[in-house]
Design a protein around this ligand. Structure first.
Ligand code: NAP
Length: 320
């Protein structure tokens, strides 16, 4: 089978399309025929060798594949050959024609969700669900600011928050991104590249501030986020690319908190809840992964360049 292989950490050019043996499922394992692969920002950091997790070389990137079950190993009961599935991590990497996964890493994909959309489920929607339900402990009637709402995690967050009855504000950096954020369910959208947008957000809450902020770029925004929080407000740090200065008194005066997580550390009970919640949302039509662009697997290097450029409009997906 064809797979993307990384033999040394480095720039996008280290992503090489190669012929490798197709894996075979052992006990408790599932072989998935991959139809689409989600590209996530962490894939680029891992490839560069700057991520907290450094895989042994060579490796095949990717945790988010969607496709059909090709074969199952002994004792697998959750899925059978032919089932439509998405993966939440894999054993052999998702950027390939086939991927081997543990039974618990494979989840049913509702018929109304395409494979391209299915490739945008685990990291984006799993992160959004984990942030909203487990970390922010958000409730219907509260106001959420999705700070960076036009990308994979942002669009997922907007859809989940809107469906659960929150008032949703989202930010994007382009007019197309702002349109997308509103289309996916935000009540109001703000441009994070315009001056004075913090004041506009405060005005939209009649000066009260927002209850929850889901933050995609904390090193740029955390200091300003704290000043936009309502009493008992919570910031959940999802993404950050460096250090930041904050004024702790902004937290003290609001009885506010900052929480943070990585999806890798989600506990088995949380993961089970996430998949159940996402399946229901996809089935009832409230969760609809947004595919911005589909590229052939051979163009993985291009996908790694483009995902870091401004102007997100949902997910970049690779097709083997
Ligand atoms: P993505 O699809 O590349 O989207 C990036 C988002 O950040 C876009 O909405 C972009 O908006 C926005 N952005 C750019 N500049 C911004 C600014 N100054 N203020 C606020 N937002 C800004 O990435 P993603 O998949 O949504 O992931 C978002 C971040 O979360 C990444 O840093 C990723 O590594 C991280 N993440 C963390 C976890 C975890 O476990 N903690 C899991 C998934 C992702 P425009 O392009 O419209 O400017």
């Amino acid at each position: 089978m064809k797979a993307i292989r990384v033999h040394q950490f480095g720039g996008p050019e280290v992503l090489k399309l190669e012929e490798v043996p197709t894996p075979k499922p052992d006990a408790g394992q599932v072989l998935v025929r991959v139809r689409a692969v989600g590209v996530n920002p962490y894939d680029t950091l891992m490839r560069a060798g700057t991520y907290a997790i450094k895989p042994p070389l060579p490796y095949t990137p990717g945790s988010d594949a969607a496709g059909t079950v090709e074969a199952v190993g002994p004792a697998v009961t959750k899925v059978k050959p032919g089932d439509r599935v998405y993966t939440a991590r894999t054993l052999t990497g998702a950027y390939a024609e086939y991927t081997l996964a543990l039974e618990e890493q494979v989840n049913r994909l509702p018929d109304k969700i395409s494979f391209e959309q299915g490739a945008g489920v685990w990291v984006p929607y799993g992160t959004a669900y984990h942030a909203i339900h487990h970390f922010a402990k958000a409730r219907a009637g509260e106001t959420v600011l999705v700070h960076g709402a036009s990308g994979g995690v942002g669009t997922a967050s907007v859809q989940i928050a809107r469906a659960m009855g929150m008032t949703v504000f989202g930010t994007a950096g382009t007019d197309k991104g702002l349109d997308l954020v509103k289309r996916e369910g935000a009540h109001q959208a703000f441009n994070h590249r315009s001056t004075g947008y913090h004041e506009e957000i405060m005005k939209a809450t009649a000066g009260k501030g927002v209850d929850v902020i889901l933050e995609m770029l904390a090193n740029v925004n955390l200091g300003g986020d704290l000043k936009m929080l309502a009493l008992e407000g919570r910031v959940v740090v999802i993404g950050s690319r460096g250090d930041v200065t904050i004024t702790p008194r902004d937290l003290m005066s609001r009885r506010a908190s900052v929480r943070a997580f990585t999806l890798w550390a989600a506990q088995p009970a949380e993961v089970a809840e996430i998949h159940a919640g996402l399946f229901a949302g996809m089935e009832n039509g409230t969760l609809r992964p947004v595919v911005a662009k589909t590229l052939p697997l051979a163009e993985a290097a291009r996908a790694h360049k483009e995902i870091l450029e401004p102007g997100a409009e949902g997910k970049i997906v690779l097709v083997p």
